[in-house]
Design a protein around this ligand. Structure first.
Ligand code: S3P
Length: 736
């Protein structure tokens, strides 16, 4: 629906760009403009930024239906006073000021209350350029606009303003007024203040000309915003006083810490701040590119188009093992001394663990091409984090951390993304409580988990009701802090990386059959860790080559720990041609090269004992099953329903969507050989579902659209590129 007319008050960069963008989108019948600087109004008319300049606010109010205040914040009150007598109930008002509390206060002073038809807003876009001649139709495209509606704001007015912003290409968000002012004080106002101040300091120096002559990259990047409009910024700081003073105080005390560290020659503190900041900046850049999880708890909608591929050929190394990468950070952080890790998986899940330990004061260098250096703080050296520990999509981070956090002196809240927030945590909370931990979980035992600090843990024996390496690891890690011997028995063998790595850090673990035990009170000693490639990532290629005629692929340096090789055992039972060679032991873990060639597969009944050993590989094994002659039956696999998605149902739905019939059972599935067609599948933010359907596309008769793929970055960040190198044909379809 086109808005009949808008009137823009203040024809600077922001007001001009808004007018121009709406005109170009054809979203408004007529655009009027008013500026106290008549030459700017004329220029705006001449540049066709607006259709018609008005000579007074009265005239503008008579002609325009939606009034947009794009003046500096301090000018809003006098403008509202002048507008007030001309306003009718039919007008809609909005503004673009960078501070919302002050605008709301001004409106209350003028009207006695914040009028229902006044929608406060703030576009997070701008430029150091000012004036109507700098107007840019693209200024708001893909930028965020924050609207701060109040309880009495009219829905009609809000909808209208939302619609106008959407026409400019902006993404509209809602926030409360105080929250907006706090967030902006930290993310926008403080950086501008520092830039103005730094340039002023340098310009004031006696030898300023010389200094500017040598001030290249860093100075230029850092101070661009010091060329912004002084009036506007003067208004912002005076209008957002409380929030700005708070962040200035925080920043000043952090700066003082750096100053003192330099004075003392304390490199550790500098490394801590710099490595944390570098990681945070990189994470931010990835978020902007849509390649990282977003801490607003919604995964991004990245879609891939998977076209039919060719034979899978090559010699590749897939990224490092996720389970071992998590554990290397955890044990390295809690060890005495410096641990060096090679082959670390730079995927979002392992990075979430790394960030959690940084948040608890551990200095971690890297990751840089798989190399991480961890300055261990000892089992009792962690510090309370400033806020909740956000672990994104990673169940392993949350469950293993729950064990470690139970032994700390401080309270911690563990949170995660949308998918993780649906996963069961009572399986670890219950036995941890038996050890004396005090833990609160969310609704139905789901995240967030709040783990109270300062509780003494005592050892227990726990007979695990489910075969879960995460539960086992959680309890063994809590056992490091408990008095006495903590032991667990598992109903079936699960991955034993925790036991092996603890031994690598010099910690005694008693393993006897299905029982593992540790005594509390020991120490971990820093070590070197070489993380092999993840067999769970290799699995996609094992199946890809097995089902695509003409394939011959070698995978290097893959972890072949017998508690992880279920996928190889199952594929071999199905007739796959898989050769394991160059077997060796690296840092207590078996590693080998694997060659896989195409072979006709046959359906099997998957042996029960293989289920926990291939627990993460079933999505892609289902694709193998659909390509296998006869029938494949999986049972005893109800755990698949509580992974990153309900992997039985989500795979069945995806297979149906590409023309494959399935028979879903509560604890498994029956799959028969079937032609794979094309269609659109939802991966529900589950990395392994997305990659499994990419494998299916190799032999599909038509294209497969795979939705919601951003989380592939949790375990296999370069999957798409590597897959395309060996014969896949996958293309991003852009974000939806
Ligand atoms: C993992 C254990 C498994 C696995 C997960 C990683 C680990 O989970 O699915 O991807 O690193 O311990 P469960 O213990 O819940 O089976």
């Amino acid at each position: 629906m086109q808005v009949a007319s808008i009137g823009v008050v203040g024809l600077g960069l922001i007001g001009g760009s808004f007018a121009k963008a709406l005109k170009q989108a054809g979203a408004v019948g007529k655009v009027f403009g008013y500026d106290t600087r008549t030459q700017e109004s004329r220029l705006a008319e001449k540049l066709q930024v607006i259709d018609e300049a008005c000579s007074s606010l009265g005239e503008l109010t008579r002609k325009a239906q939606v009034l947009v205040l794009a003046t500096p914040v301090k000018a809003i009150e006098p403008v509202l006073r002048e507008l007030a007598p001309h306003l009718t109930g039919k007008h809609i008002l909005t503004d673009m000021g960078s501070v919302k509390g002050a605008v709301a206060d001004a409106a209350v002073r003028v009207f006695g209350e914040l009028p229902a038809n006044f929608v406060l807003g703030h576009p997070i876009a701008g430029s150091e350029k000012s004036g109507v001649s700098a107007s840019n139709v693209e200024l708001f495209r893909d930028h965020k606009v924050i609207l701060t509606p109040a309880a009495n704001t009219s829905m009609e007015a809000l909808d209208q303003v939302v619609q106008l912003w959407r026409e400019t290409g902006a993404q509209v968000l809602m926030m409360s007024i105080p929250r907006h002012d706090e967030v902006l004080a930290a993310t926008s106002h403080l950086p501008h203040l520092i830039a103005f101040s730094l340039v002023d300091t340098l310009a004031g120096a006696d030898d300023n000309k010389e200094i500017f002559r040598y001030a290249a990259g860093g100075f230029r990047d850092f101070t661009r915003i010091a060329a912004s409009d002084p009036i506007m910024w003067h208004d912002i700081f005076l209008s957002n006083k409380t929030a700005v003073l708070n962040v200035i105080d925080e920043f000043t005390s952090d700066l003082e810490i750096l100053r003192q560290a330099i004075d003392r020659g304390d490199g550790e503190t500098l490394m801590g701040v710099f490595t944390r900041a570098k990681a945070a900046r990189e994470h931010f850049s990835k978020m902007l590119e849509g390649k990282a999880y977003d801490s607003n708890m919604t995964s991004q909608n990245l879609t891939y188009m998977a076209h039919q591929g060719s034979a899978v050929k090559g010699d590749i190394r897939v990224p490092g093992d996720k389970s071992m990468s998590h554990r290397s950070i955890m044990l390295g952080s809690l060890a005495d001394g410096v641990t060096e890790v090679e082959g670390f998986l730079e995927g979002e899940d392992a990075l979430a663990t790394l960030q959690a330990f940084r948040d608890m004061g551990v200095v971690i260098e890297g990751p840089d091409r798989g190399r991480v250096v961890i300055h261990g703080v000892g089992l009792h050296g962690l510090k309370a984090p400033h806020g909740p520990l956000y672990v994104g999509n990673s169940g392993t981070s949350m469950r293993l951390l729950a064990g470690l956090m139970s032994g700390q002196s401080f309270t911690v809240e563990l949170t995660g993304d949308e998918s993780l927030s649906k996963r069961p945590m009572e399986r670890v909370a219950k036995p941890l409580r038996e050890m004396g931990a005090v833990i609160e979980t969310g609704d139905q035992g789901r995240p967030p988990m709040i783990i109270k600090g300062g509780n003494k843990l005592s050892a227990i024996h726990y007979d695990m009701p489910i075969a879960s390496a995460q539960v086992k690891s959680c309890l063994l890690l809590a056992g490091l802090y408990a008095e006495g011997e903590t032991s667990v028995t598992e109903p079936a063998p699960t991955r034993d990386h925790t036991e092996r790595m603890l031994k690598g850090f010099g910690y005694d673990v008693a393993v006897e059959g299905s029982r593992a035990a540790v005594n509390g009170g020991g120490n971990l000693t820093a070590t070197k860790i070489d993380v092999p490639s993840d067999i769970s990532s290799a699995a996609f290629f094992l199946v890809a080559a097995s089902i695509t005629p003409g394939s011959d692929l070698t995978l290097r340096h893959v972890g072949v720990n017998p508690t992880r090789t279920g996928v190889i055992n199952i594929l071999r039972l199905m007739g796959a041609d898989i050769e394991i060679f160059n077997e060796k032991e690296v840092g207590g873990e078996p590693v080998a090269d694997i060659r896989v060639k195409y072979a006709p597969l046959k359906g099997i009944e998957i042996p029960q004992d293989q289920v926990p050993l291939a627990i993460d590989e079933f999505p892609v094994l289902f694709i193998a099953a659909v390509n296998a002659e006869g029938e494949t039956v999986l049972s005893g696999a109800e755990e698949l329903r509580v992974k990153e998605s309900d992997r039985i149902q989500v795979m069945a739905d995806g297979l149906e969507a590409i023309g494959v019939k399935t028979e879903v059972r509560p604890d498994g599935i029956v799959l028969r050989k079937s032609e794979i067609g094309g269609g659109s599948v939802e991966s529900h933010g589950d990395h392994r579902i997305a990659m499994a359907f990419a494998v299916a596309s190799l032999v599909a008769t038509d294209d497969i659209t795979i939705r919601d793929c951003a989380n592939v970055a949790t375990s296999f960040p370069n999957f798409w590129e590597l897959a395309n190198e060996v014969g896949f044909n996958l293309k991003p379809a852009g974000k939806v």
